[in-house]
Ligand binder design. Sequence first.
Ligand SMILES: Nc1ncnc2c1ncn2[C@@H]1O[C@H](COP(=O)(O)OP(=O)(O)O)[C@@H](O)[C@H]1O
Ligand SMILES: [Mg+2]
Length: 331
Amino acid sequence: MLSLQPLNPKPSSLYSSTFTPPNSLSPKTLKPIPAFRPSRNFYPSIHSMLQYNRKPQLAGDTPRVVVITSGKGGVGKTTTTANIGLSLARLGFSVVAIDCDVGLRNLDLLLGLENRVNYTVVEVLNGDCRLDQALVRDKRWSNFELLCISKPRSKLPIGFGGKALVWLVDALKARDEGGPDFIIIDCPAGIDAGFITAITPANEAVLVTTPDITSLRDADRVTGLLECDGIRDIKMIVNRVRTDMIKGEDMMSVLDVQEMLGLPLLGVIPEDSEVIRSTNRGYPLVLNKPPALAGLAFEQAAWRLVEQDSMETVMMEEEPKKRGFFSFFGR
Ligand SMILES: Nc1ncnc2c1ncn2[C@@H]1O[C@H](COP(=O)(O)OP(=O)(O)O)[C@@H](O)[C@H]1O
Ligand SMILES: [Mg+2]
């Protein structure tokens, strides 16, 4: 019997979710756990996977300028930017994704748009092209556009800093067709000039971390820097989660991560070989039919981003009997 129980002693209202589970997950089929019993085996809510019975309500003022950051490299920032960006577009919102990872630009590759980037922001600032010429419109979802700062392998252009990025965001707002609903900024790793530039125009941040100690230390440092910069709305995505390793106590649980960073949870993404396959194909996971599990998790994170909601961490007491869709968080 599958038993799920929200962790009741959490003080923050940010842990609440407005989702009503479908019949298959009605409260009758869920055995409540009377008292909270600490365990290392905590799993993210599968409720959060199933919100297709309504449309998300856009919260906050548009354009929402969201930076996807982490501190550590290779934890999934670009993957998150591509998948959340396209999920938002699929939900009907207009999105501009800015690749601010100047030296190691690769968002265009993940999106399969590398052959269509003719101009970058550097050319716009030099007066060599117009802003709309540097915006690459996705053919799959025309309300999604990509903007690259510079050509691959080039250094951060001299004089290109936070002010230039703020100017760019203002220029996007002032376009004839109206500003986008979301401007998503893919931040470079580290905490140097590129990072400072990328966070300057943002008023929200998504901190991507993996459940390992090095990534967490960097994420903690970055959280402090974001707060110093006045960004108060910071949520985290825990990426590359392996429940088999959590069960074996070889990996930190999502709850452990949450306790260490003290941030509301936007999403939990499982380790999934489909992510690597989609990266190599230049076809973001969320566009897959049928959707991969990591793709569903990204979609749900996008949903919460729209509503400025967050998810609860729940505890699964017993193993599900059969391996099926809901064994996603099982072995
Ligand atoms: N959930 C996941 N499961 C499996 N591989 C992943 C997952 N998330 C990211 N990856 C892989 O990790 C690598 C680094 O991801 P990337 O998004 O480029 O990180 P970053 O932008 O933080 O440097 C890529 O090869 C990507 O396919
Ligand atoms: Mg990257």
